[in-house]
Design a protein around this ligand. Structure first.
Ligand code: KIV
Ligand code: ZN
Length: 547
């Protein structure tokens, strides 16, 4: 094992997906997992399989399709990622995690139990001795199923270090191969976290044969600093999410840790195996699929991260780019508007180009994208990678598409009432037409869509922006909504077992921003409809079982 290698453990699809509104369809999860693999992450935590049968199935699909080499390639040559599933420290969760990850060439079960006094007393209502017994029993059970087992003492940042040494030592004896140290509530400072990691490494029996991992939350904005401090103290795995998404203020962001390690290599001396030129693309994909926009001033992936507005900075940049730029935008995959396709490009060229960008489309999806590229080429002089990404991602999640937009007509302006007429194709290919008035063209369109779909909801967020520069740019819209009766659908948090109302994100792109808005709304509604369908089929199954 290379002592200078930092394993990048990506938990975008598990801890990241726990952030409000980040609900992803299984097709979107699979696409993100494929691209995380392409990015070069060593471990993909693909989900929490015990949460629901759909979550289990989504992890299983990733294990099968991303966790195995392509047909004809050997496992070693293909460098497939480890596929990991999260489980609370109980047999049912561990069984579900194993069922989900077993098809992967390199499966991992990640189990956890809280060790801080406050969690043990109030959340678990367990004595410390019982916690130690449960860890021993459950790690050993996980290890009887899977050769690669990670254990996390939840809320380690607020746990008694002496107790941690004991619990971790027992986890090692029971077969844990990775020990992950979470700062679950983002409470520690870099200096404290560094001391915690060094203390664990110095005092835990058997730790030298395991990998120590760090998992930080960003409640005080210290997640990246704490992760880097943990690495300097001896951790060799960092748990991160793309764009830093996650519960509350989020997790440590992948792009910040990877670029800090690379840009300040002389300070840290570590490598990660990440192809950094993929970062910006994967960041946009995660933002589009989750419906969670990236703040403009976000390090590495924010829209302004490489923009130089002030005259004095622009002057310096013109004289020498390193005056104000410590990384080249190209190193994270920001190309300055690359022309890729024109009006006369063929379907095959598009297919090859999309494959180079990391998209695997079915023949039907390729046909649809090709038609839209041609349509866009009539309206827009140059089509860039960013445009292509938007066109592909705007069609993702097709396996949950109940309603699709076939036509939209709006009248608006200062003279009269904004009116929209929409034509949707529904389940069973039925065509529905509806008109509505609203406070503006978007509101009118949404009201017309609501009248057809008939699903009460609360629109929580609406964001719109242009993808590229120029008046002919594609506009992209992200929305977030939730069911308005509060009764459906809910999701269970692996940490506290509590359920909370799920919110759903949607994405749409088009040269017409009202069309983009309607598509984004429909894509979120389709996810909500799917969740409704799954929960009602589950309750009718439960009813049948009770009879
Ligand atoms: O933050 C946390 O403690 C977690 C654990 C499940 C590792 O996400
Ligand atoms: Zn976490």
């Amino acid at each position: 094992m290379n002592p200078n290698f930092i394993t990048i453990f990506d938990t975008t699809l598990r801890d990241g997906e726990q952030s409000p509104g980040a609900t992803l369809t299984s097709a979107e999860k699979l696409e993100i997992a494929r691209n995380l693999s392409r990015l070069g992450v060593t471990v993909i935590e693909a989900g929490f399989p015990a949460a629901s049968p759909d979550d289990l199935e989504a992890v299983r699909r990733i294990a099968e399709e991303v966790g195995n080499p392509p047909p004809g390639e050997s496992e070693l040559g293909a460098q497939v990622p480890i596929i990991c599933g999260l489980a609370r420290a109980n047999k049912a969760d561990i069984d579900a995690a194993w069922q989900a990850v077993a098809p992967a060439a390199r499966p991992r079960i990640h189990t956890f139990l809280a060790t801080s006094p406050i969690h043990m007393q109030y959340k678990l209502r367990m004595d410390p001795e019982d916690v130690v017994d449960r860890v021993r029993e459950m790690v050993s059970y996980a290890r009887s199923l899977c050769p690669d087992v990670e254990f996390s003492p939840e809320d380690a940042g607020r746990s008694d270090p002496e107790f941690l040494y004991l619990v971790l030592g027992e986890a090692i004896k029971a077969g844990a191969t990775t020990l992950n140290i979470p700062d679950t509530v983002g409470y520690t400072t870099p200096e404290e976290f560094s001391r915690l990691i060094s203390g664990i490494i110095a005092n835990t029996p058997g730790i030298e044969n395991t990998i120590v991992s760090v998992h930080c939350h960003d409640d005080l904005g210290l997640a990246t600093a704490n992760t880097l401090a943990g690495i300097q103290a001896g951790a060799r795995q960092a748990e991160v999410t793309v764009n830093g998404i996650g519960e509350r203020a989020g997790n440590t962001s992948l792009e910040e840790v990877v670029m800090a390690l690379l840009t300040r290599r002389s300070v840290f001396g570590f490598e990660t195996g990440i192809d950094t030129t993929q970062i910006s693309r994967v960041s946009r994909m995660v933002s589009n699929y989750t419906g969670i926009p990236v703040q403009p001033n976000k390090a590495i992936v924010g829209a302004n991260a490489f923009a130089h507005e002030a005259g004095i900075h622009q002057d310096g940049m013109l004289k020498h780019n390193q005056t104000y730029e410590i990384m080249r935008p190209e190193s994270v995959g920001i190309s300055r508007s690359r022309l890729v396709l024109g009006k006369h490009s063929g379907r095959h060229a598009l297919k090859i180009h999309l494959a180079e960008m990391g998209y695997e489309l079915t023949s039907e999806e390729l046909d649809r994208t090709f038609a839209r590229v041609k349509e866009l080429a009539d309206k827009k002089k140059t089509i860039t990678d960013a445009d292509l990404e938007a066109l592909v991602e705007d069609q993702a999640g097709g396996d949950h598409e109940f309603f699709r937009l076939e036509g939209l007509q709006v009248t608006c302006g200062t003279m009269g009432m904004p009116t929209a007429t929409v034509r949707l194709v529904g389940p069973d290919e039925e065509v529905h037409v509806q008109a509505a008035i609203g406070t503006g063209p978007v509101d009118a369109s949404y009201k017309a869509i609501d009248a057809i779909v008939g699903l009460g909801n609360i629109l929580l967020e609406f964001n719109i922006h242009a993808i590229t520069e120029g008046i002919d740019a594609l506009g992209e819209v992200t929305v977030r909504l939730q069911a308005d009766n509060g009764s459906l659908p809910k999701r269970t948090s692996p940490q506290n077992g509590q359920t909370h109302v799920r919110t759903f994100g949607g994405y749409g792109a088009d040269t017409d921003i009202i069309v983009a808005s309607a598509k984004a709304y429909l894509s979120a509604l389709n996810k909500l409809l799917f969740a409704h369908q799954m929960s009602s089929s589950r309750s009718s199954q439960a009813a049948i079982l009770q009879i």
